[in-house]
Design a protein around this ligand. Structure first.
Ligand SMILES: [Zn+2]
Length: 125
């Protein structure tokens, strides 16, 4: 994933956040290189590693709450339904208004996941 607004000079310094995977440009200057795009990502990674140690899990395993997983399943289900609806709508006869309604429905279904992604992770806080 590349950010369209990255300047040439910054490109060489772009790295991926150790928690959310989002590309970011660490500030120039002395000190340890930053591994996370923001403080909350560093905190979440720290907490996750604590949990991994406490549960005796291996690297790459992650503990999430049932509630977090259920919420994510629900949002994904709504999006999957919207995709099905829109595919069906576009397969049949449709005019510009139908396409607009389909697109609005798809956006409405996708928006909660997109907002979470922009906030740093699809998992609830
Ligand atoms: Zn991050």
């Amino acid at each position: 994933m590349t950010e369209p607004d990255e300047g040439r000079g910054k490109e060489g310094r772009t790295r991926r956040c150790g928690w959310c995977g989002r590309p970011f440009v660490p500030p120039a200057g002395p000190g340890r290189p930053r591994l996370y795009c923001k403080r909350s990502c560093r905190q979440r990674d720290f907490e996750a590693r604590q949990r991994v140690r406490a549960e005796g899990l291996s690297d790459g395993e992650l503990v999430v709450t049932r509630r977090a997983l259920d919420e994510l399943d629900d949002l994904t289900y709504v999006l999957a339904c919207a995709v099905e609806d829109v595919e069906r709508d576009l397969a049949g006869e449709h005019d510009a208004d139908d396409v607009r309604r389909s697109l609005e429905w798809l956006l409405e279904a996708a928006r909660p996941l997109a907002e979470r992604s922009r906030a740093g992770t699809v998992l609830p806080r």
